[in-house]
Write a new protein. Structure first.
Length: 231
């Protein structure tokens, strides 16, 4: 997940320039089910900046049956990663429309080429595979806005409706056990190497993501506030 708070600075990358002016970019990384989406929601509510994810955008495109949605639907269903050039273009388009005052991306970057396009501070949510499987087995997500919660939450047991947009809360198709295996393989082969990338840049901080969401968010918010104060 990438978070960015607005400052006057033009962000450049090989082959192009993001036309949004930003300065600080924080990347939140972790396995599927590590809590990135939950922390993205808490960050955007606490700091007042918009949140989205490439996955949510692509699922919306799929539901609308757009060319991009139809093209990537099978890839998502298998649990594979969408090509880097597609994701980076998706992010750039979103930034043009919504990125002026900062942003939170859940699920970006996931590969080294994506990481090279932004990121000057990184937090890794470390969780056990047991935690991943337990969380994903009970995960519900709003198909409209992407809000994520647990199916075990008493608040949603009788009425699985999103508290923010009143969209329906449901299981994600890629949370199926067989698809999860492929997602974890993709994570281990393509996303895990990002730890080495950010370690070499001396900008990686590790947080125990096995704990409850409030404790994890307390650690993350303190790190963000320290970075904002130092900007």
């Amino acid at each position: 997940m990438a978070l960015c708070w607005h400052r006057h600075h033009r962000h450049r990358r090989r082959g192009g320039v993001f036309s949004i002016e930003v300065k600080r970019r924080l990347v939140l990384l972790g396995a599927p089910g590590s809590g990135k989406g939950t922390q993205a929601e808490l960050i955007t509510r606490h700091f007042g900046i918009p949140v989205t994810s490439p996955g949510a955008i692509l699922r919306r495109e799929r539901d609308l049956e757009t060319p991009l949605g139809l093209e990537t639907a099978e890839t998502l269903q298998r649990g594979d990663l969408v090509p880097d050039q597609t994701i980076v273009k998706l992010i750039e388009d979103w930034l043009h429309l919504h990125g002026s005052y900062g942003f939170v991306f859940d699920g970006f970057p996931r590969t080294l080429p994506q990481a090279e396009s932004l990121g000057n501070y990184a937090i890794w949510l470390e969780v056990s595979e047991e935690t991943v499987r337990s969380r994903i087995a009970g995960r519900l997500q709003c198909r409209t806005c992407g809000f994520t919660t647990s199916a075990d939450s008493a608040k949603f047991a009788d009425r699985p409706i999103c508290p923010y947009c009143e969209g329906r809360l449901e299981r994600r198709s890629d949370d199926d056990v067989s698809v999860l295996q492929q997602r974890l393989r993709e994570y281990n082969s393509k996303t895990q190497p990002l730890a080495d990338f950010y370690n070499k840049m001396s900008i990686l901080r590790r947080i125990d993501g096995n704990r409850d969401r409030e404790t994890v968010f307390g650690d993350i918010s303190r790190l963000i506030e320290d970075k904002v104060a130092a900007a």
